[in-house]
Design a protein around this ligand. Sequence first.
Ligand code: SF4
Length: 389
Amino acid sequence: MAMSTMYPKYSTKMENDTVIMEQRLLKKVSHLVLNTTKCTGCGICSEVCPKEAIVLGLVGAVRRGAVKDEAAISVDPAKCSYCGVCTILCPFDALEVRVDGEPSLPIKEQEGFPEYDFTAEIDENKCVRCTTCSEACPRDAIVRDIPVYEGEVADGAKRQTALDAETTLVVDKEKCNVCGICASLCPALKIKRIPFTAEKVGSAGEVVWDKSLCDACQVCATACPEHAIAVERVVKEGSKLAGKVTIDKETCVTCSWCEKVCPEEAVTIKKFFDGEIVFNADKCPGGCSTCVDICPCNAIYLPSPVPALQLKKDSIEPTIAVNADLCILCGACVNACPSEDVITIRRSGIHVKGPETDLFKSIAAKLCIPRSSKIREDTFGQVELKPLE
Ligand code: SF4
Protein backbone atom coordinates (compact mmCIF):
# COMPACT_ATOMS: atom_id res chain seq x y z
CA MET A 1 0.00 0.00 0.00
CA ALA A 2 1.28 3.47 -0.85
CA MET A 3 2.44 5.46 2.13
CA SER A 4 0.03 8.32 1.29
CA THR A 5 -2.99 6.08 1.84
CA MET A 6 -1.76 4.94 5.23
CA TYR A 7 -1.23 8.35 6.79
CA PRO A 8 -2.54 10.34 8.53
CA LYS A 9 -4.17 7.91 10.93
CA TYR A 10 -6.73 9.07 13.45
CA SER A 11 -7.98 7.49 16.63
CA THR A 12 -9.76 8.31 19.88
CA LYS A 13 -9.44 6.38 23.10
CA MET A 14 -10.66 6.84 26.64
CA GLU A 15 -8.33 5.97 29.50
CA ASN A 16 -9.66 6.44 33.02
CA ASP A 17 -10.23 10.21 33.33
CA THR A 18 -8.79 11.19 29.95
CA VAL A 19 -9.93 11.08 26.36
CA ILE A 20 -7.03 11.06 23.91
CA MET A 21 -7.48 12.11 20.29
CA GLU A 22 -4.60 11.17 18.03
CA GLN A 23 -3.36 12.20 14.60
CA ARG A 24 -0.45 10.05 13.46
CA LEU A 25 1.69 11.25 10.56
CA LEU A 26 4.73 9.44 9.26
CA LYS A 27 7.14 11.47 11.38
CA LYS A 28 4.92 13.28 13.84
CA VAL A 29 2.24 12.29 16.36
CA SER A 30 -0.18 14.90 17.70
CA HIS A 31 -2.54 14.36 20.58
CA LEU A 32 -5.36 16.40 22.02
CA VAL A 33 -5.91 15.20 25.58
CA LEU A 34 -9.12 15.97 27.46
CA ASN A 35 -9.18 15.67 31.24
CA THR A 36 -12.79 14.70 31.91
CA THR A 37 -12.61 15.53 35.61
CA LYS A 38 -11.68 19.13 34.77
CA CYS A 39 -14.07 19.54 31.84
CA THR A 40 -17.23 21.33 32.98
CA GLY A 41 -19.07 21.24 29.68
CA CYS A 42 -18.80 25.01 29.33
CA GLY A 43 -18.42 24.57 25.57
CA ILE A 44 -15.94 27.42 25.11
CA CYS A 45 -13.67 24.97 23.25
CA SER A 46 -16.47 24.18 20.86
CA GLU A 47 -17.13 27.88 20.27
CA VAL A 48 -13.51 28.78 19.64
CA CYS A 49 -12.26 25.81 17.59
CA PRO A 50 -11.28 27.19 14.15
CA LYS A 51 -11.97 23.76 12.62
CA GLU A 52 -15.36 23.16 14.24
CA ALA A 53 -13.93 19.89 15.49
CA ILE A 54 -15.61 19.95 18.90
CA VAL A 55 -19.27 19.28 19.66
CA LEU A 56 -21.12 19.36 22.93
CA GLY A 57 -22.53 16.16 24.30
CA LEU A 58 -25.03 15.50 27.05
CA VAL A 59 -23.46 18.07 29.34
CA GLY A 60 -25.98 17.90 32.18
CA ALA A 61 -26.22 14.11 32.27
CA VAL A 62 -22.44 13.63 32.01
CA ARG A 63 -21.60 16.22 34.65
CA ARG A 64 -24.19 14.79 37.03
CA GLY A 65 -22.76 11.30 36.54
CA ALA A 66 -25.91 9.88 34.95
CA VAL A 67 -24.02 9.01 31.75
CA LYS A 68 -20.79 7.09 32.31
CA ASP A 69 -17.92 6.48 29.91
CA GLU A 70 -18.68 9.64 27.99
CA ALA A 71 -17.28 13.16 28.13
CA ALA A 72 -19.25 16.40 28.04
CA ILE A 73 -17.61 17.21 24.69
CA SER A 74 -16.35 15.14 21.81
CA VAL A 75 -13.61 16.02 19.37
CA ASP A 76 -13.26 14.71 15.83
CA PRO A 77 -9.57 13.76 15.63
CA ALA A 78 -9.64 14.08 11.84
CA LYS A 79 -11.07 17.61 11.82
CA CYS A 80 -8.77 18.81 14.62
CA SER A 81 -5.62 20.59 13.47
CA TYR A 82 -4.00 20.29 16.92
CA CYS A 83 -3.52 24.05 16.93
CA GLY A 84 -4.16 24.46 20.66
CA VAL A 85 -6.70 27.29 20.56
CA CYS A 86 -9.06 25.24 22.74
CA THR A 87 -6.23 24.54 25.18
CA ILE A 88 -5.40 28.23 25.51
CA LEU A 89 -8.98 29.37 25.95
CA CYS A 90 -10.32 26.56 28.17
CA PRO A 91 -10.83 28.36 31.52
CA PHE A 92 -10.69 25.01 33.33
CA ASP A 93 -7.35 23.82 32.00
CA ALA A 94 -9.05 20.64 30.75
CA LEU A 95 -7.34 20.29 27.38
CA GLU A 96 -3.75 19.79 26.33
CA VAL A 97 -2.10 19.45 22.94
CA ARG A 98 0.95 17.22 22.81
CA VAL A 99 3.22 16.92 19.82
CA ASP A 100 5.48 13.86 19.84
CA GLY A 101 4.61 13.38 23.50
CA GLU A 102 5.50 16.91 24.66
CA PRO A 103 3.01 19.65 25.63
CA SER A 104 2.85 22.05 22.73
CA LEU A 105 0.82 25.08 21.62
CA PRO A 106 1.55 25.31 17.88
CA ILE A 107 -0.64 28.35 17.29
CA LYS A 108 1.13 30.34 19.97
CA GLU A 109 4.57 29.27 18.81
CA GLN A 110 3.96 29.79 15.09
CA GLU A 111 1.44 32.63 14.74
CA GLY A 112 1.13 34.13 18.20
CA PHE A 113 -2.10 34.03 20.12
CA PRO A 114 -3.21 35.82 23.31
CA GLU A 115 -4.10 34.20 26.61
CA TYR A 116 -6.49 35.26 29.36
CA ASP A 117 -5.23 38.30 31.23
CA PHE A 118 -5.39 36.56 34.56
CA THR A 119 -5.58 38.65 37.72
CA ALA A 120 -6.20 36.89 41.02
CA GLU A 121 -4.14 38.31 43.84
CA ILE A 122 -4.11 38.35 47.60
CA ASP A 123 -2.57 41.38 49.32
CA GLU A 124 -0.23 39.73 51.80
CA ASN A 125 -0.27 42.75 54.08
CA LYS A 126 -4.06 42.79 54.36
CA CYS A 127 -4.50 39.00 54.54
CA VAL A 128 -4.81 37.70 58.10
CA ARG A 129 -4.42 34.02 57.03
CA CYS A 130 -7.99 33.14 58.03
CA THR A 131 -9.74 30.18 56.42
CA THR A 132 -12.67 31.96 54.79
CA CYS A 133 -11.51 32.05 51.16
CA SER A 134 -10.23 28.49 51.12
CA GLU A 135 -13.54 27.19 52.47
CA ALA A 136 -15.60 29.25 50.02
CA CYS A 137 -13.57 28.57 46.86
CA PRO A 138 -15.52 26.13 44.67
CA ARG A 139 -12.37 25.15 42.73
CA ASP A 140 -9.98 24.43 45.62
CA ALA A 141 -7.70 27.09 44.17
CA ILE A 142 -6.60 28.67 47.45
CA VAL A 143 -3.22 27.54 48.73
CA ARG A 144 -2.83 28.07 52.50
CA ASP A 145 0.85 27.69 53.29
CA ILE A 146 0.23 28.19 57.01
CA PRO A 147 1.31 25.98 59.93
CA VAL A 148 -1.44 23.57 60.92
CA TYR A 149 -2.40 24.28 64.51
CA GLU A 150 -3.93 22.02 67.13
CA GLY A 151 -7.38 23.51 66.47
CA GLU A 152 -7.37 21.61 63.17
CA VAL A 153 -5.42 18.48 64.09
CA ALA A 154 -4.63 17.17 67.56
CA ASP A 155 -0.88 17.01 66.90
CA GLY A 156 -0.75 20.40 65.18
CA ALA A 157 1.49 23.31 66.16
CA LYS A 158 0.79 24.80 69.60
CA ARG A 159 -1.64 27.69 69.36
CA GLN A 160 0.53 29.73 71.74
CA THR A 161 3.14 29.93 69.01
CA ALA A 162 0.74 31.40 66.44
CA LEU A 163 1.34 35.06 67.29
CA ASP A 164 4.41 37.00 68.26
CA ALA A 165 3.48 37.67 71.89
CA GLU A 166 5.00 38.04 75.34
CA THR A 167 3.22 36.27 78.20
CA THR A 168 3.98 36.70 81.88
CA LEU A 169 2.62 34.70 84.82
CA VAL A 170 3.34 35.78 88.36
CA VAL A 171 2.48 33.71 91.44
CA ASP A 172 2.18 35.66 94.67
CA LYS A 173 4.11 33.36 96.97
CA GLU A 174 2.66 35.03 100.03
CA LYS A 175 -0.86 34.11 98.95
CA CYS A 176 -0.20 30.73 97.26
CA ASN A 177 -0.80 27.78 99.56
CA VAL A 178 0.18 25.20 96.90
CA CYS A 179 -3.35 23.79 96.79
CA GLY A 180 -2.74 22.31 93.30
CA ILE A 181 -5.97 23.50 91.65
CA CYS A 182 -4.12 25.48 88.95
CA ALA A 183 -1.98 22.50 87.89
CA SER A 184 -4.99 20.22 87.80
CA LEU A 185 -6.57 22.55 85.23
CA CYS A 186 -3.66 23.41 82.93
CA PRO A 187 -0.74 21.48 81.44
CA ALA A 188 1.39 24.64 81.57
CA LEU A 189 1.49 24.50 85.37
CA LYS A 190 3.07 21.91 87.64
CA ILE A 191 3.27 21.75 91.41
CA LYS A 192 6.72 21.14 92.83
CA ARG A 193 5.59 20.03 96.24
CA ILE A 194 7.70 19.54 99.34
CA PRO A 195 6.69 16.00 100.33
CA PHE A 196 4.11 15.64 103.04
CA THR A 197 5.71 14.30 106.22
CA ALA A 198 4.25 13.43 109.57
CA GLU A 199 7.04 15.41 111.15
CA LYS A 200 5.84 18.74 109.73
CA VAL A 201 2.23 18.54 108.53
CA GLY A 202 1.31 21.24 105.97
CA SER A 203 1.22 22.18 102.25
CA ALA A 204 4.39 23.78 100.90
CA GLY A 205 6.29 24.04 97.62
CA GLU A 206 6.02 26.12 94.48
CA VAL A 207 4.12 26.49 91.20
CA VAL A 208 6.27 25.90 88.09
CA TRP A 209 5.12 27.51 84.85
CA ASP A 210 5.98 26.30 81.31
CA LYS A 211 5.73 29.45 79.23
CA SER A 212 5.63 27.56 75.93
CA LEU A 213 2.37 25.87 76.88
CA CYS A 214 0.61 28.94 78.29
CA ASP A 215 -1.85 30.80 76.10
CA ALA A 216 -2.85 33.26 78.82
CA CYS A 217 -6.37 31.90 78.98
CA GLN A 218 -6.62 33.06 82.61
CA VAL A 219 -8.26 29.84 83.84
CA CYS A 220 -5.61 29.43 86.53
CA ALA A 221 -5.98 33.05 87.66
CA THR A 222 -9.74 32.88 87.92
CA ALA A 223 -9.77 29.41 89.53
CA CYS A 224 -7.14 30.18 92.20
CA PRO A 225 -9.01 30.36 95.50
CA GLU A 226 -6.35 32.70 96.91
CA HIS A 227 -6.20 35.09 93.89
CA ALA A 228 -2.48 34.40 93.87
CA ILE A 229 -1.94 34.21 90.08
CA ALA A 230 -1.68 37.11 87.62
CA VAL A 231 -1.36 36.42 83.87
CA GLU A 232 -0.74 38.95 81.15
CA ARG A 233 -0.20 38.51 77.43
CA VAL A 234 0.92 41.33 75.15
CA VAL A 235 0.71 40.62 71.41
CA LYS A 236 3.29 42.45 69.34
CA GLU A 237 1.78 45.19 67.18
CA GLY A 238 0.89 43.84 63.73
CA SER A 239 1.61 40.22 64.63
CA LYS A 240 -0.25 37.68 62.51
CA LEU A 241 -0.09 33.99 61.69
CA ALA A 242 3.04 32.83 59.91
CA GLY A 243 2.89 31.73 56.28
CA LYS A 244 1.12 32.92 53.18
CA VAL A 245 -2.18 32.44 51.36
CA THR A 246 -2.02 32.44 47.56
CA ILE A 247 -4.23 31.59 44.60
CA ASP A 248 -3.27 28.72 42.32
CA LYS A 249 -3.44 30.27 38.86
CA GLU A 250 -3.80 26.88 37.17
CA THR A 251 -6.95 26.10 39.11
CA CYS A 252 -8.58 29.49 39.68
CA VAL A 253 -11.31 30.45 37.22
CA THR A 254 -11.87 33.99 38.60
CA CYS A 255 -15.35 33.36 40.01
CA SER A 256 -14.43 35.82 42.80
CA TRP A 257 -15.94 33.93 45.73
CA CYS A 258 -12.68 34.66 47.62
CA GLU A 259 -12.89 38.36 46.85
CA LYS A 260 -16.51 38.53 48.01
CA VAL A 261 -16.04 36.64 51.28
CA CYS A 262 -12.63 37.95 52.39
CA PRO A 263 -13.25 39.81 55.66
CA GLU A 264 -10.16 41.97 55.07
CA GLU A 265 -10.86 42.95 51.46
CA ALA A 266 -7.44 41.52 50.60
CA VAL A 267 -8.32 39.85 47.28
CA THR A 268 -8.42 41.33 43.78
CA ILE A 269 -9.95 39.29 40.98
CA LYS A 270 -10.46 40.27 37.36
CA LYS A 271 -12.86 38.03 35.45
CA PHE A 272 -12.06 36.60 32.03
CA PHE A 273 -15.29 37.85 30.46
CA ASP A 274 -17.42 40.97 30.69
CA GLY A 275 -21.12 40.54 30.10
CA GLU A 276 -24.27 39.35 31.78
CA ILE A 277 -26.23 36.24 32.63
CA VAL A 278 -30.00 36.35 32.88
CA PHE A 279 -32.26 33.70 34.40
CA ASN A 280 -35.87 33.68 33.20
CA ALA A 281 -37.07 31.78 36.25
CA ASP A 282 -40.68 31.79 35.09
CA LYS A 283 -39.67 29.48 32.22
CA CYS A 284 -37.91 26.97 34.49
CA PRO A 285 -40.18 23.99 35.18
CA GLY A 286 -38.55 23.45 38.58
CA GLY A 287 -37.46 20.18 40.12
CA CYS A 288 -34.50 19.77 37.77
CA SER A 289 -31.63 21.75 39.36
CA THR A 290 -29.14 20.51 36.75
CA CYS A 291 -27.67 24.00 36.46
CA VAL A 292 -27.18 24.17 40.23
CA ASP A 293 -25.35 20.85 40.25
CA ILE A 294 -23.06 21.54 37.33
CA CYS A 295 -22.18 25.23 37.83
CA PRO A 296 -18.41 25.18 38.33
CA CYS A 297 -18.59 28.36 40.39
CA ASN A 298 -21.49 27.57 42.73
CA ALA A 299 -23.17 30.71 41.43
CA ILE A 300 -26.62 29.20 40.86
CA TYR A 301 -29.00 28.41 43.70
CA LEU A 302 -32.51 27.33 44.55
CA PRO A 303 -34.03 30.36 46.32
CA SER A 304 -35.18 29.75 49.90
CA PRO A 305 -38.94 29.39 50.07
CA VAL A 306 -40.82 32.52 51.14
CA PRO A 307 -42.84 31.94 54.35
CA ALA A 308 -46.52 31.53 53.49
CA LEU A 309 -47.53 34.61 55.45
CA GLN A 310 -45.20 36.79 53.39
CA LEU A 311 -46.42 35.54 50.01
CA LYS A 312 -48.20 38.16 47.97
CA LYS A 313 -51.49 37.19 46.36
CA ASP A 314 -51.04 35.53 42.95
CA SER A 315 -47.26 35.81 43.18
CA ILE A 316 -45.09 32.95 41.88
CA GLU A 317 -41.95 32.04 43.73
CA PRO A 318 -38.86 31.78 41.50
CA THR A 319 -37.57 28.21 41.25
CA ILE A 320 -34.04 29.14 40.28
CA ALA A 321 -31.68 32.11 40.55
CA VAL A 322 -28.09 33.10 39.91
CA ASN A 323 -25.72 35.35 41.78
CA ALA A 324 -24.28 37.14 38.77
CA ASP A 325 -21.35 38.45 40.83
CA LEU A 326 -20.03 34.89 41.11
CA CYS A 327 -20.73 33.82 37.51
CA ILE A 328 -17.81 33.70 35.05
CA LEU A 329 -20.08 33.47 31.98
CA CYS A 330 -18.57 30.11 31.03
CA GLY A 331 -21.87 28.83 29.64
CA ALA A 332 -22.01 25.37 31.25
CA CYS A 333 -25.49 26.04 32.65
CA VAL A 334 -26.79 27.15 29.25
CA ASN A 335 -25.47 23.93 27.71
CA ALA A 336 -26.88 21.69 30.42
CA CYS A 337 -30.33 23.24 30.86
CA PRO A 338 -32.95 20.99 29.25
CA SER A 339 -35.50 23.80 28.94
CA GLU A 340 -35.72 26.52 26.37
CA ASP A 341 -34.74 30.13 27.03
CA VAL A 342 -34.41 29.80 30.80
CA ILE A 343 -30.80 30.96 30.84
CA THR A 344 -29.22 33.56 28.57
CA ILE A 345 -25.60 34.67 28.53
CA ARG A 346 -24.27 37.70 26.75
CA ARG A 347 -20.51 38.14 26.76
CA SER A 348 -19.45 41.64 25.79
CA GLY A 349 -15.66 41.38 26.02
CA ILE A 350 -12.70 39.14 26.84
CA HIS A 351 -9.70 40.16 28.90
CA VAL A 352 -6.57 38.86 27.21
CA LYS A 353 -2.90 39.68 26.93
CA GLY A 354 -0.72 38.93 23.96
CA PRO A 355 -1.08 39.44 20.21
CA GLU A 356 -4.71 39.95 19.24
CA THR A 357 -4.46 38.36 15.81
CA ASP A 358 -7.24 38.36 13.22
CA LEU A 359 -7.96 34.74 14.15
CA PHE A 360 -8.36 35.73 17.78
CA LYS A 361 -10.61 38.65 16.85
CA SER A 362 -12.93 36.37 14.90
CA ILE A 363 -12.96 33.88 17.79
CA ALA A 364 -13.70 36.68 20.27
CA ALA A 365 -16.62 37.78 18.12
CA LYS A 366 -18.01 34.23 18.20
CA LEU A 367 -17.66 34.06 21.95
CA CYS A 368 -19.63 37.28 22.21
CA ILE A 369 -22.68 35.97 20.35
CA PRO A 370 -25.45 35.91 22.95
CA ARG A 371 -26.96 32.49 23.48
CA SER A 372 -29.77 30.80 25.29
CA SER A 373 -30.63 27.28 26.46
CA LYS A 374 -30.69 24.56 23.84
CA ILE A 375 -33.59 24.05 21.51
CA ARG A 376 -32.33 21.35 19.20
CA GLU A 377 -30.79 17.95 19.44
CA ASP A 378 -30.71 17.13 15.72
CA THR A 379 -27.97 14.57 16.17
CA PHE A 380 -28.64 12.31 19.13
CA GLY A 381 -26.36 13.17 22.02
CA GLN A 382 -25.24 16.50 20.54
CA VAL A 383 -26.53 19.79 21.81
CA GLU A 384 -27.00 22.85 19.65
CA LEU A 385 -27.43 26.19 21.28
CA LYS A 386 -29.77 28.91 20.29
CA PRO A 387 -27.97 32.04 19.12
CA LEU A 388 -30.07 35.08 19.94
CA GLU A 389 -28.89 37.49 17.28
S1 SF4 B 1 -6.55 21.85 18.75
FE1 SF4 B 1 -7.37 23.46 17.41
S2 SF4 B 1 -8.40 22.37 15.80
FE2 SF4 B 1 -8.08 20.88 17.42
S3 SF4 B 1 -9.95 20.89 18.61
FE3 SF4 B 1 -8.54 22.35 19.58
S4 SF4 B 1 -9.05 24.31 18.60
FE4 SF4 B 1 -9.97 22.74 17.31
